[in-house]
Structure formats: C-alpha cells, structure tokens
Design a protein around this ligand. Structure first.
Ligand code: SAM
Length: 344
C-alpha cells in the first residue's frame, strides 16, 4: 500500500527512513570486540524477559514508525535468532503498510535450520557475521568455540532459502584478523554473496580500543584491489552505510563500512530501538528515550507518534564525524554502547 511521504526530519534535514530493532540483548558468542567475556560474563545481568518488548508491542511501535516514514527494518540484537518464533514476528511486521524491506543481522549459529521459515514469513535479506575463514582466528574472535564451517553452511542455507544476495560482515582488527582479508575476499568472489569489511569501532566495552587497531577502509580496498582490480560503484540508495566496489573481472562486489575513517553521519536516516524499548537516535547516543513506559501505561498511538516525532525533530547527532575530527587532537570521553543496539 502506498504511504504518504515522511514529514519528519531532524535538525540536519535527515529523514527517518530506517529502524533497527534489537529483539534481545543476549548472544551466545562473546566476540572480543563486541561482548567480551570480561564484561559479559556469568554474572552479567541481561534483561529479564518481562522487560523486552513483546511481539505485539514491537508491531505496534513499528506501525507508528512506518507512519512517520520508516520503510526499512533490520532485526538485530544481541543475537536475534535466540529469540523464539522470530518468523512469527517477521510475519507481523511484513504486513505493516509502508514497510518495504525487512532484513536481519545474525551470527548464523541458528540460521541454517530457520532460514526457510524466516524467508516464508517475509524476511527479505540477511547479513551474516564472519570474521575469518581460519578456525583458530575465528574462534579466538568469537570466544565461543564456534567453527567457521557452521557459518558457511548458514550462508548457503540462507541463499538457498532465497535470502540472496547474502551480505557477510567482517570486522577487521589490526594484528588479529587482517591476514584474513584476502582469503575472505577470495572465498566469496564469484559466489554472489557480498563481503563487507567493517572498520573496528570503539563501542566502549572493550576498554582497549585504539585507533592503531583500526585497519582503515582505504588500506583494505588497496589490498584487495591490488590482487583483483576494483571499480567504485554508486550507492544503491542515499544514506547507504557501505561504500561499494565491483571486481573488474565480473566476480561480484564487496563493500567497506568506514565508520571510523569516513563517518557517514550526514546521510544517517537510522533510528535504533533497544530490546527494552528505548529509542536511540545514534549508535553512540549517551541515553535512549523510553517508549515502553508510555506504551505500557496506556499512551495512544498518536501520543507515541508525537513523542517519536519530537525526539527525531530535535536530533542533531553526528558523533562519529565529531569524534574522527577530534581524535588526533584531544582524547575523547569513551562512548558506552549497549550491544543491544549495534545491529550492523
Ligand atoms: N549477533 C548478530 C551478529 O553477530 O551479526 C547481530 C548483532 S552484532 C552486534 C551486529 C554487527 O555489529 C555484527 O556484524 C558485528 O560484527 C558488528 N560489530 C559488533 N561490534 C563491533 C565493533 N566494535 N566494531 C565494528 N563492528 C562491530
């Protein structure tokens, strides 16, 4: 159904177009750059179930976001497939007027057995995270003993279920998995899957983040392009997060997400909803805005809509741009990002 154009724009003229929904704050991996075991150990207090938005609440909020202009959804976490019956949620979201695209970012651990049901429910695309092809390197990064082969099976299952082209996210850390850049490129060339290299970001939980740990996107492109020549490709849509490159020999394309060296705040049309119903207008926003409270205490759709519109209209975030321009001059206060709103 055609929806009227969005009317809500922030202080920099950025429209609200995308919503990343975290459905859980839990994950079975302990990726060292994301949910390191020292922080997310046995005693870590994850959200009790009653604090998560229910499927009905998620569908209601999404309907309101769609009314404000959101067209694309990405389901994430934590690990979204740890939440039971995700196909049922997807079916509920897929029939909301205005929603044109539903994607999911997953570590792939539970994807192979669920891909068909997810696709049948209305999931259109999937991004699978995989940081290396070498088990030793990958297991050291996921810190859960999870083998590469299972993620590769999940990617194949997703493609077979029609969730193609599958995007593959690889976070690159200097001295940890940079040796995996070329093997990963070689493996996914010619498969139709799109490998995306992500600059390692400071998400405030690893304590050890240093600019020196980041392999800049320019260096990655030079490395891959030195082996298999590349041409830049225009963005598929305005505000696209990854810069795209095509292999000159026709073996497909890759992307780089240069959040650190070339931040893309200017084109950011994304809102993030945490698993407990807080709205964040930036990955690095210091605080979220509680939507669950009003929803559970009887607010009408119009009241929730007005609240979201007011938050978006006031939005002025351009954290990554400011941080990049200041990093070399003055040490910056560390951001504190809850994993439950990362969602690549
Ligand atoms: N559990 C799911 C997964 O593994 O894809 C979804 C959540 S995960 C937080 C979403 C994406 O964020 C993954 O592709 C992950 O690699 C990426 N990510 C997490 N921490 C990051 C960091 N410090 N820098 C860059 N990307 C990061």
């Amino acid at each position: 159904m055609a929806m009227p154009e969005a009317t809500v724009a922030d202080t920099l003229g950025r429209r609200l177009r995308d919503l990343r929904i975290s459905v859980t704050d839990r994950c079975q991996f302990r990726c060292t750059y994301c949910m390191p075991r020292e922080v997310f150990g046995r005693d870590f207090a994850f959200l009790p179930r009653a604090q998560l938005l229910t499927f009905e609440e998620l569908a209601r909020v999404t309907r309101i976001f769609a009314d404000l202009g959101v067209r694309k959804l990405r389901l994430t976490g934590g690990e979204p497939l740890l939440r039971r019956d995700m196909d049922k949620l997807i079916a509920m979201l897929a029939c909301i007027g205005g929603i044109e695209d539903i994607a999911m970012t997953t570590n792939g651990a539970l994807l192979a057995q669920k891909a068909e049901a997810l696709a049948a429910a209305g999931l259109r695309r999937v991004t699978v995270s995989l940081d290396a092809l070498d088990d030793e390197v990958f297991m050291a990064m996921n810190d859960a003993g999870f083998p590469v082969a299972r993620v590769l099976e999940a990617i194949d299952a997703a493609a077979a279920a029609g969730l193609a082209p599958v995007k593959v996210n690889m976070v690159v850390r200097r001295g940890v998995n940079e040796e995996s850049i070329l093997p990963m490129a070689e493996h996914f060339r010619g498969t139709g899957h799109v490998l995306r290299f992500i600059e390692y970001m400071d998400v405030g939980t690893t304590n050890g983040w240093r600019l020196d740990d980041v392999v800049p996107a320019g260096e990655i492109i030079a490395l891959v392009g030195g082996q298999w020549p590349l041409d830049p490709v225009d963005p598929a849509y305005s505000g696209e997060v990854a810069s795209r490159y095509r292999y000159r020999d026709g073996a497909g394309e890759i992307g780089v997400i240069a959040s650190v060296t070339q931040p893309f705040c200017r084109g950011c049309t994304r809102a993030r909803l945490s698993a407990d119903g807080k709205l964040y207008t930036c990955l690095f926003a210091a605080a979220g805005h509680d939507l669950r409270g009003p929803i559970r205490s009887g607010a009408t759709d119009q009241q929730v809509r007005d609240q979201i519109a007011a938050i978006w209209t006031r939005r002025a975030d351009r954290y990554s741009e400011q941080r990049t321009s200041q990093t070399r001059r003055t040490p910056q206060p560390k951001p504190k990002v809850e994993m439950s709103r990362i969602g690549g």
